[in-house]
Design a protein around this ligand. Structure first.
Ligand SMILES: *Cc1c(COP(=O)(O)O)cnc(C)c1O
Length: 433
């Protein structure tokens, strides 16, 4: 196993220099080590994320460095966000020049980047005439917009309000009150009740359960094409198609949450390709690291459910964010990254599948879940950090990878070769003899 050598520049020589250190407060932190920075973090940031695993100061491609100069191969990509890795030269230059030209305008105005991105997304989604886009700033906001859209669906203008929404068990749709109301995990929801009502959950992947739940009182069904937070889990063949037919027959909207799976992550622009949904929500990978979310609505009727004044956001679709997404889409397209992602899927499926302590490799492009023989996933994540790999566990025995779409075969091979050692370290810690 090759452990990346510590970067020589910190401690022994010049500390990494923070861009904008001259801008004030940041200069005080220049040269501080991880322990000191983490202490400052804990004293000043709300503890909702717990203590951060590392303090990161710099990135390049699929590699990041921490404040102590240690190097990591980033196999989580900011949770499926850093599609082009870190500090991608084209993305950096497009966003920088956009900021130097026009960074933000309110939604009393528009700008060419916003229009170009909306048109591009609709084209990629092969959306029919009359389809529209609403830009937000995150996945939760994209789903919040979809929630409001859903509540406007009375079933083709019947005038009879519909309030029931069907979501799936183990679904994750975000943390704002509306998106949270759609999210399955009780521990996330309960402390904040009452949440918007009308949401019911059915077992994921069960066509008959969905059919039984959806009638003409349902305004929408929300589905992730692959459940990411639940451990990268798909459904039996034909499930999404069945959901399409069931919702269409009842006049309910089919909302596909592609916040994690969209924009090339699975080796296709959208994981739900071929389904013809009524709405798709996007965020994570869309801006290549810049915050942006989007709601795509399909067809004239669905696209006019929200009328002027019924929804909005100050930052949504601003020139800098929409430029970041245009740059990201451009690189994915011109570098042939969709095909590359499918190749890397094969490599991981084969490589991980050959390890005797690994089971159920669920590779959907570069969104990958797999299970370990022992409940050692959090310990493997810790061992990974020590050895220079950023990983993620979605359960006691489940790991998730969502590396940049530009990750190389060599980098993935290095991880596959290191994994037995990480697992041995992790299980030795779990079962001390
Ligand atoms: C991450 C995620 C969200 C929430 O997105 P945020 O940008 O964190 O608000 C919603 N849905 C899915 C499927 C996600 O993976």
């Amino acid at each position: 196993m090759s452990t990346p050598a510590p970067q020589p520049e910190h401690g022994t020589g010049t500390p990494p220099s923070y861009p904008l250190a001259e801008a004030g407060e940041l200069s005080q932190l220049q040269g501080l080590h991880s322990a000191e920075l983490t202490e400052r973090y804990n004293a000043s940031l709300m503890g909702v994320f717990g203590t951060p695993q590392r303090v990161l100061v710099r990135g390049s491609g699929c590699v990041v460095w921490d404040a102590d100069g240690r190097e990591y191969l980033d196999l989580l990509g900011g949770i499926a966000v850093n599609a082009l890795g870190h500090a991608h030269p084209f993305l950096t230059s497009v966003v920088s020049s956009q900021l130097a030209t026009l960074g933000h305008v309110s939604n009393f105005f528009t700008s060419p980047t916003q229009i170009a991105l909306a048109e591009k997304l609709l084209a990629l989604a092969q959306a029919p005439a009359g389809s529209k886009v609403f830009f937000a700033n995150s996945g939760t906001e994209a789903n919040e917009a979809a929630f409001k859209l859903a509540r406007r669906n009375d079933g083709a203008g019947t005038g009879t309000p519909r309030t029931r929404i069907i979501a799936l068990e183990n679904a994750f749709h975000g943390r704002s009150m509306g998106a949270l109301a759609l999210t399955w995990k009780q521990a996330y929801r309960e402390p904040f009740e009452p949440l918007p009502g009308g949401v019911e959950w059915v077992p994921a992947g069960d066509v008959e359960a969905l059919r039984a739940a959806v009638d003409e009182s349902v305004c929408a069904v929300f589905i992730e094409p692959i459940q990411g937070e639940a451990g990268v889990r798909g459904y039996p063949e034909g499930y999404l198609q069945a959901a399409r037919e069931i919702t269409r027959a009842a006049g309910a909207l089919l909302v596909i949450d592609e916040v994690q799976t969209g924009i090339g992550r699975t080796g296709a622009w959208f994981a739900s390709e071929g389904i013809e949904p009524d709405a798709i929500t996007l965020a994570k990978g869309l801006g290549g690291g810049f915050p942006i979310g989007a709601l795509l609505t399909f067809g004239e009727r669905t696209s006019s459910l929200l009328s002027a004044g019924q929804h909005g956001t100050t930052f949504g679709g601003n020139p800098a964010a929409t430029a970041s997404a245009l740059a990201t889409l451009h690189v994915i397209e011109t570098q042939g990254l969709l095909a590359h992602v499918r190749e890397m899927d094969q490599l991981l499926t084969t490589g991980l599948g050959a390890l005797d302590f690994v089971s159920d490799v669920r590779a959907h492009g570069l969104l990958v879940g797999f299970d370990l023989a022992a409940e050692a996933a959090p310990a493997v994540v810790r061992a990974g950090l020590e050895a220079g790999f950023i990983l993620n566990s979605t359960g006691p025995a489940s790991l998730r990878l969502a590396p940049p779409l530009i990750v190389t075969a060599g980098q993935l091979q290095r991880f596959i070769e290191a994994l037995p050692g990480l697992y041995a370290t992790a299980t030795a810690q779990e079962n001390p003899t």
